[in-house]
Design a protein around this ligand. Structure first.
Ligand code: ATP
Length: 214
């Protein structure tokens, strides 16, 4: 007898997803899904297409073929905007605004979890005391931490993290892993790109390897 309760739909599902530049395939066709409460580790060598895949999932690039569903429905721009938080290689900060003003600006654009304050987020990422510093005065690792504070404040359940460990010291790497763990515990999900498994967050993880398909 069929169960009256069906399994929850994956937060994100991709089918036959592929991307090409100048008729040369960058990745795909790929099939994968990510459930709430789990991480998908996207691995591959330099140039394998990890950043390109995340940009396609974030809606910044258009796939050549395939489908992307969010909770079982074809991903429309509005659904992506409220579902996805994208942490790219570049920090996306306003150099002349203070760290706190940057967070205010970004929360104005992307929203904020009501349970969190900007000051608490600054503390979570180890930037207490830097509230009034202009973003341009931050080191590369501090800029990454400020981007992590923005992520921490985001209400979006799906994190797309492109090389989140880059520029971070050991404590920063542990911070990313703790943030991912906490996010997944609260029902979120994360796609994390990395060159190797060395810094993978200790959470329920699926693996997607790019550059291996024929
Ligand atoms: N804007 C662009 N124009 C043309 N080709 C590009 C562009 N961006 C990336 N590529 C090419 O697309 C391929 C995939 O690049 P991508 O940045 O997605 O790889 P990656 O796996 O993220 O690499 P890395 O580990 O070095 O960050 C590479 O061959 C790259 O040269």
């Amino acid at each position: 007898m069929p169960s009256s309760e069906s399994a929850p739909l994956p937060l994100l599902a991709a089918r036959r997803l592929s991307f090409a530049r100048n008729e040369s395939r960058v990745f795909g066709p790929l099939d994968f899904s990510v459930d709430a409460g789990e991480a998908l580790l996207v691995q591959g060598d330099n140039g394998a297409g990890k950043t390109t895949l995340l940009r396609v999932l974030a809606g910044l690039l258009r796939a050549d073929d395939g489908e992307i569903d969010i909770r079982g429905t074809r991903a429309q721009p509005l659904a992506r905007a409220v579902t996805v938080a994208y942490l790219g290689h570049l920090p996306a900060l306003k150099a002349d605004l203070s760290t706190l003003e940057n967070l205010e600006f970004l929360c104005g654009l992307h929203g904020r979890r009501p349970s969190q304050t900007l000051e608490v987020a600054m503390g979570v990422v180890g930037l207490s005391g830097f509230e009034d510093s202009p973003a341009r005065q931050l080191s590369a690792g501090q800029k990454k931490r400020l981007s992590l504070a923005r992520l921490w404040l985001s209400p979006a359940p799906l994190w797309l993290l492109d090389e989140p460990y880059a520029n971070l010291d050991l404590a920063g790497i542990e911070l990313v892993n703790r943030m991912v763990q906490a996010h997944l515990r609260e029902g979120g999900a994360a796609l994390v790109t990395t060159h190797g498994a060395y810094a993978a967050p200790p959470v329920r993880t699926r693996l997607l390897e790019l550059g291996k398909q024929s």
